[in-house]
Every structure is written in C-alpha cells, then in structure tokens.
Design a protein around this ligand. Structure first.
Ligand code: ATP
Ligand code: MG
Ligand code: MG
Length: 351
C-alpha cells in the first residue's frame, strides 16, 4: 500500500495517522522532537532536525506523498522534499500562512474583509501604523505565533514602546481590534480534482488565548453560514489547495472578517470526529491521496472541549458520561497550557 509522509508528530499528526491507517495507508512521521505523540500510532518515525538533508531525502524516498500538521516548516527543507515527492497542500498555502502580513495581504487581494493592518518593523513604523489604525489594536509577530503567543494588546498609543518590546525585535503586524459578536471557523477540504466539501461552521470560545470549546451549530443566520462557507471555498480555489484548511472568522455587524487561516487540519474541526460520518482528518487524507471526498454533512450537535494541562485529571469522571467521546494524545507530561486531549460531547441530533 501507499505511504503518507507527515511533517510534525504532534496530536494533529497523530490523528491524521489514525485516519490514514483506517483507509489502509501507512504513515511515516518526520519530527525533530523525541517521543512524538504521533509516533505511538504511526508505522514509522524519523527523529531528525529540519536541516538534516540526508534524513529528509531518505524520508521523501520512503513515502508517496508528503503532508504536514504545522505551517512553520523551514523553506529549505520544503525545497529539498519537493524535489522528490509532491507536498500537499502546496507551497503557496504555506508561504501565505507562515506570515501574518502575507496572509492578510492575500486575503485583502481576494476581496475578503480583515481587520485593518499594517506591517511594523520599527518604532517609526508603529507610530505610523497607530496614526492610521488607532487603538485598541493588537501587535502580533508576523511569524511563529500560536495560542495567542507573540501578541501585545494596545489600549492606548502610549503603550507602543512596551508592545514593541514584547516583539523582541521580530517583524510584526499591527491589527485594529475587531469588536466581534462571535468567533467562528470553517473547516473545508479541496480534492485533487478541485471539488470542495465544507463542514458546518463552529463557534469558538477561547480561554487565556487557547481554544477552549467549539460548539456546533454556531449561532449564525442562514446567510452568514452560507457566506462563511463560500468564503472558505474562495480561499481554497485561490490557493489551488489540496487538503483540509481551517479559516478563523470574526462575526461583526459589517459581515464576516477573516482572522487567520491554517493550511492543515484544525483544532476547531475536532468535533467532526463524532459529529460527521467523514471527519476532517479522513477528508484530508482522501484529498492528498487523490481519493474522492466524503460527505461532510453532520448528524449531531456537538461541543468539543480541549483538555489542557491538568484537565487530563478529569478523564476518569468524563468517561462516566456516555455522551462524551474522549480523544487523548498520549503525552506523558501535563504541563500548564499543553493540549493533552479533547472531548466531543454529543448535545443531541442535528438541530
Ligand atoms: P491560534 O492558536 O488560533 O493559531 P494565534 O496565536 O495564531 O491563535 P490569533 O488567532 O491571531 O492568534 O489570535 C488569538 C485570539 O485573539 C483570536 O482568536 C481572538 O480572540 C483574538 N484576536 C486576535 N486578533 C484580533 C483582532 N484583530 N481583534 C480582536 N480580537 C483578536
Ligand atoms: Mg494561528
Ligand atoms: Mg487563531
């Protein structure tokens, strides 16, 4: 059978491996860190850094197609891998989503709404950006941010020096603060021949910058739900995308604004494992393997809740509730802020 190479051995790589195995594929994980969560369920693991050309070449030769569970893979590693095997989703999606300034520029050029934004490298850039965008606003590092890390909020312009210091010299982007009524996300998949399947939008609640719950259905009008799905389709088509994508959106009276996109399966799509016949992980594997996509419609109302750090201690109690599906990542150490697993609670049949 065919082998799928996955860059990154975290929980997303783990759940991709499980989905791949169900479809009869083998998986080979490439991960610099020791004892990756995906390694427990994958067929093969290479533990090596992203600048190890020998290991990268051997990995590429051992697989039929390469995918990834995170967007910050070094460009040189991608160049080397791509010389041997296809990388899906493709390089354009990675280039756009690795850098918040490129991402927002791409979205704006597509005609989609975002928060007002400006690139910030220096104190002079920041005061120019503040003159244009004003406060409240958020300064974010352009690269490598996740779970709200690398962000500084500005309530007033005199917080500029402190916010810039928080960036520690990294290139940044200033975004106007969006007064949203809700945060939602659309998880959608595009196949090798261009067909698109989208899951119902979910409503996201965060706690300390980390996703806490995703609830389906989101509280949206039919028009908003349609807008959200069509907008995700436009992004997929513009990127000639193959695989599953996550689009985070702000709901405002002026319409939907795109916060960010993730060129991979997404935490806010974990509910699909128990709310749909075909989940986001299986859709992704189908897409990158050139299979037809499955039916992404849902059969249940669901709430996904992340188990962060010591939340893992609740598992024995959670297991007593027959409406809860438990998904654990096999991580030994429950550090604060660390995603240890998630639960999908069935709220009832599709409403
Ligand atoms: P993730 O873990 O989703 O990748 P991240 O670190 O990339 O998160 P963002 O999604 O950009 O960060 O921001 C985290 C959260 O901060 C958002 O979900 C939202 O609640 C809030 N936020 C970010 N940007 C804005 C904005 N321009 N206006 C209002 N709130 C914002
Ligand atoms: Mg992000
Ligand atoms: Mg986000």
């Amino acid at each position: 059978g065919a082998t799928i190479g996955i860059l990154g051995g975290g929980q997303l790589g783990r759940m991709l491996s499980v989905a791949a195995a169900r479809l009869g594929f083998s998986t080979h994980i490439y991960e610099p860190g020791a004892e990756p969560p995906a390694g427990q369920v994958a067929h093969r693991v290479t533990t090596a850094p992203y600048d190890d050309e020998k290991a990268l070449t051997a990995f590429a030769h051992s697989v039929d197609v390469i995918t990834y569970e995170f967007e910050n893979i070094p460009t040189a590693a991608l160049d080397l891998l791509e010389a041997h095997r296809p990388i899906r989703p493709g390089r354009r999606a990675l280039a756009v989503s690795q850098d918040r300034l490129h991402e927002k520029t791409f979205l704006a050029e597509l005609g989609l709404q975002t928060a007002p934004f400006a690139g910030v490298d220096t104190a002079a850039d920041l005061s120019a950006a503040l003159a244009e965008i004003g406060t409240p606003s958020i300064l974010k590092t352009r690269r490598f941010g996740y779970d709200g890390k690398g962000q500084a909020r500005l309530g007033t312009p005199d917080e500029a020096d402190r916010a810039l210091a928080d960036m520690a010299g990294a290139p940044a982007i200033l975004e106007g603060f969006v007064d949203f009524s809700a945060e939602i996300s659309v998880i959608a998949t595009r196949g090798l021949t261009g067909e698109v399947a989208a899951f119902d939008p979910g409503e996201n609640m965060h706690d300390s910058g980390i996703l806490h719950t995703t609830t389906i259905p989101a509280r949206l009008s039919t028009a908003q739900r349609t807008d959200a799905i069509l907008l995700a389709g436009r992004i997929l088509n513009a990127l000639d995308y193959v695989g599953t994508l996550g689009v985070e959106l702000f709901v405002t009276p002026e319409g939907l604004l795109v916060n960010e996109i993730a060129p991979r399966v997404h935490n806010s799509g974990h509910w699909t494992q128990n709310g749909c016949t075909i989940c986001q992980f299986e859709q992704h594997i189908r897409a990158i393997a050139g299979w037809p996509l499955g039916d992404g419609s849902r059969h249940s109302d669901i709430q996904m809740e992340n188990l962060i750090g010591d939340d893992i201690l609740r598992v024995p109690d959670l297991a007593k509730d027959p409406a809860i599906a438990i998904h654990l990542y096999g991580k030994a150490e429950a550090r604060p802020g660390r995603k240890m697993g998630h639960i999908n609670r069935r709220l009832g049949p599709k409403s």
